[in-house]
Design a binder for this molecule. Structure first.
Ligand code: UFG
Length: 330
């Protein structure tokens, strides 16, 4: 049995990773200020420490209280659109908090670190699908802030021997197939929950952000990857870090779907159409982001269980239908 510190473990991807760790018998301490996450998303079997990452004294206490085998760092601001309006806020929060956390881990002798990174650091990528050698060139401050954390980790490795994995998620979606967790942001900005709620009549019609992109139907193409598959990638990468050096992986299904194709998938799965209209582009949105995840597959044996968009939509739909108010804290 191992013990892990999971920052942001009350958030969307973090809470699914916590479930995966607990399911295999590991011990988990969640550090989350609940500014975006939900207390109800943290299973009773995990210990929740409610504190902001900016609280250096609390961070020290956490590392003094427990010895961790690794840190999984999910806590971050993660909205492309918001980052285009408040760039310095994104730099300060994402880089500042991560640097403090890396420093505290090193001081405590915890030299294994998994970072939630993002496809957003590729900007408008040089090639599709995007492999790990594709040049990075973030098109928004969110992606830039994550790239800066990756750079900080590389220096921590070089100077302190910290071994890290930077996992560049593409579009995390879906929900725990057992219905124990789901996607609930406040405010919600993500395509699937907004579109599903629109189809359920719980929210206004969806605005599709632009239909004049250079894609077959004019809407943006993304690589939607199931959040439980993402969680599984973390477990595999943790194992690999024990025997190999630091690594960077792009994690997606390797297949892109346009916004319109996602709306079609919702209609197929649920039998309901998604009311929508076409609006202007959202600043910072690249036209196409699709991952090449061959490296992760080859080096860790990872293979998505929910490889097709209908399977992803099915779990997302089931959770939102069963939880009209999400985690019910609003
Ligand atoms: N979209 C709409 N209308 C909406 C919401 C979204 O048309 O109301 C479109 C977006 O323009 C985009 C797609 O749906 O083309 C997906 O948008 P999301 O907001 O769900 O996700 P993003 O692609 O913007 O961002 C997500 C994560 C980021 C991560 C990125 C990497 O939130 O953290 O995937 O691909 F960087």
């Amino acid at each position: 049995m191992a013990r892990y510190l999971v920052t942001g473990g009350a958030g969307f991807v973090g809470s699914h990773a916590v479930l995966a760790l607990l399911d295999r018998g590991d011990e988990v301490v969640v550090l989350d200020d609940l500014s975006q996450g939900h207390r109800a998303a943290v299973p009773a079997a995990a210990t929740l420490v409610q504190a902001p990452l900016a609280d250096g004294a609390e961070l020290k206490r956490v590392f003094a209280n427990w010895r961790f085998d690794a840190v999984l760092h999910f806590a971050a601001l993660s909205l492309v659109g918001e980052s285009m309006k408040a760039p310095m806020h994104y730099m300060a929060e994402n880089l500042g908090n991560s640097v403090r956390l890396i420093e505290a881990a090193i001081e405590a002798g915890c030299l294994r670190f998994v970072l939630s990174s993002t496809a957003a650091l590729f900007g408008n990528p040089a090639r599709i699908p995007i492999d790990e050698d594709c040049p990075v060139s973030p098109g928004n401050p969110y992606g830039e802030s994550k790239l800066m954390v990756e750079t900080a980790l590389a220096w921590a490795e070089r100077i302190h021997g910290l071994r890290y994995a930077a996992l560049r998620y593409f579009n995390a979606a879906g929900s725990d197939p057992q219905g124990r967790a789901g996607e609930d942001h406040n405010p919600e900005t993500h395509l699937l929950p907004l579109a599903i709620d629109a189809a359920l009549g719980r929210r206004p019609a969806l605005t599709v952000f632009g239909d004049d992109y250079p894609t077959p139907d004019g809407t943006c193409i993304r690589d939607y990857v199931h959040v439980t598959d993402l969680a599984d990638a973390h477990l595999r990468v943790l194992g690999r870090l024990e025997t190999h050096g630091s690594c960077r992986y792009n994690i997606g299904n390797g297949e892109g779907h346009s916004v319109k194709q996602v709306l079609d998938a919702i209609a197929r799965v649920s039998g309901r159409t998604v009311p929508h209209s076409i609006g202007p582009r959202r600043p910072g949105d690249p036209a196409i982001l699709v991952a090449a995840s061959e490296k992760l597959r080859a080096e860790t044996g990872w293979s998505p269980r929910f490889g097709d968009i209908d399977a992803i939509v099915r779990t997302a739909w089931a959770w939102r239908e069963a939880h009209p108010n999400g985690y019910g804290e609003r």
